[in-house]
Design a protein around this ligand. Structure first.
Ligand SMILES: *[C@@H]1O[C@H](CO)[C@@H](O)[C@H](O)[C@H]1NC(C)=O
Ligand SMILES: *[C@@H]1O[C@H](CO)[C@@H](O)[C@H](O)[C@H]1NC(C)=O
Length: 201
């Protein structure tokens, strides 16, 4: 009588194993679909939108080039706008760089602050270049631009930020924005043209 019993249990084993596998596969599939749905719903509710940076005003004083060294005092008003209605931001640090042909001329920092949702904050930065050594080519090109009365620079914003959605806070992320060309008029009579920045996360 041992024969048929062992045969029937041997027949049963593979079908119950494939049943278990199917059950695990379905459970995983359901979890994946539910996770996807949850992410989609959170995304739709939070509706994240890009932060916007604009250079509203720019000035330079004491722009002097001598023996491939630069002295200049820059003055920028940057508008940082958070268009989100559910995301607020902690700016833990903001660095603003002024560059020409990939060569950094000056930088300044902004004090850490918290930006509520749907808020525009005006940041004032005053990067100073004091006897900054320049490459020959950079010095020559800047000299030519100075003669024309306008210099075209690049302003880069680099920030360490954390998001806040409800009570949840993200870990620190790096946000970078590039504003180009920022045209500064050496004769103070001309009005600064607002420059929009491209944010690259
Ligand atoms: C920049 O300013 C320093 C004094 O702060 C001066 O010694 C230097 O000659 C100046 N350089 C230029 C290029 O004007
Ligand atoms: C943005 O927030 C800052 C401080 O957090 C506040 O001083 C400023 O008035 C706010 N701006 C707007 C447009 O709500």
């Amino acid at each position: 009588m041992a024969g048929p019993a062992s045969r029937s249990s041997a027949q049963k084993a593979p079908s119950s194993r494939s049943g278990l596998l199917r059950c695990i596969a379905i459970t995983i599939l359901v979890l994946v679909v539910l996770t996807g749905l949850a992410v989609l719903i959170i995304w739709l509710v939070v509706n994240p939108r890009r932060f916007q940076y604009t250079i509203e005003d720019g000035l330079v004083h004491g722009f002097d080039l001598n023996h491939n060294h630069l002295n200049a005092s820059f003055d920028f008003a940057i508008r940082a706008y958070n268009p989100n209605s559910k995301v607020s931001l902690y700016y833990d640090s903001i660095e603003v760089y002024v560059a020409y042909d990939d060569q950094t001329l000056a930088m300044d920092v902004v004090k850490p602050f918290f930006q509520p949702h749907r808020n525009a904050t005006r940041l004032e930065v005053k990067p100073v270049a004091r006897s900054v050594p320049l490459l020959d080519s950079v010095s020559e090109d800047l000299r030519l631009e100075k003669t024309s009365g306008d210099v075209e620079l690049v302003v880069r914003v680099k920030a360490r930020i954390r998001f806040k959605v409800g009570a949840w806070k993200s870990t620190k992320c790096t946000m970078k924005a590039t504003c180009s060309p920022v045209v500064l008029h050496l004769s103070s009579s001309k009005v600064f043209d607002r420059t929009y920045c491209d944010e690259d996360f």
